[in-house]
Ligand binder design. Structure first.
Ligand SMILES: CC(C)(COP(=O)(O)OP(=O)(O)OC[C@H]1O[C@@H](n2cnc3c(N)ncnc32)[C@H](O)[C@@H]1OP(=O)(O)O)[C@@H](O)C(=O)NCCC(=O)NCCS
Length: 163
């Protein structure tokens, strides 16, 4: 992989984030106003990270988490098709986990379609474990969600290793 910078998203990143998301059937699909709201005053606190390839300055991925004091929720992660299976998704989620721990969170949650093998493998590899199943949670097509959880000692350990 060429060298990639991971940095906080800015409003100017929205068109590239939307373009990546729209390439990805299994990504969480948001309306433009939901991306705009990431940067609105008084919006729920979130961390949005983008991965920018240094040479071409193109965006090759992004990840968004909603942040409560104790518990963060990963809302989306997308890697450009041509950059997949090269560790980018792991880097983005890893960076969110380090920031969650650093901000004092004690657990990180997310939901994933049962059929989303790539995402399940990514989360499993990082150490997430299944906490619950939500029957018929998704629509178009209808499918169960698996709620995955990363907490306590795992989060502390991940943070220490990332230092
Ligand atoms: C899920 C996604 C972000 C993974 O990104 P990525 O950069 O390919 O992930 P990584 O390269 O860090 O891979 C992490 C692990 O998952 C595995 N993996 C990735 N894609 C896979 C696939 N299609 N099938 C099986 N395993 C896969 C990798 O091999 C790696 O495991 P390994 O180290 O044991 O080999 C990417 O596939 C994507 O953008 N998908 C579309 C959007 C989406 O579904 N987001 C999740 C919403 S919950």
């Amino acid at each position: 992989m060429n060298s990639v910078l991971i940095r906080p998203a800015t409003p100017g990143d929205i068109p590239s984030m939307r373009a990546l998301e729209q390439q990805s059937e299994s990504a969480a699909h948001w309306a433009e106003r939901e991306y705009d709201a990431l940067f609105a005053a008084g919006a729920p606190p979130r961390v949005s990270l983008v991965a920018i390839e240094n040479e071409s300055q193109t965006m090759c991925g992004f990840a968004i988490a909603r942040c409560a004091t104790d518990e963060w929720e990963i809302e989306n992660v997308v890697v450009a098709l041509e950059e997949r299976k090269r560790g980018m998704g792991s880097r983005l989620i890893g960076e969110l986990l380090v920031r969650a721990r650093s901000a004092g969170a004690t657990s990180v949650l997310l939901e994933v379609r049962e059929s989303n093998r790539a995402a399940r493998r990514l989360y499993e590899k990082l150490g997430f474990s299944q906490q619950a199943r939500r029957s018929s949670y998704y629509r178009d097509p209808e499918e169960d969600a698996l709620q995955l959880h990363f907490s306590g000692e795992n989060l502390r350990q991940f943070y220490l290793e990332g230092e």
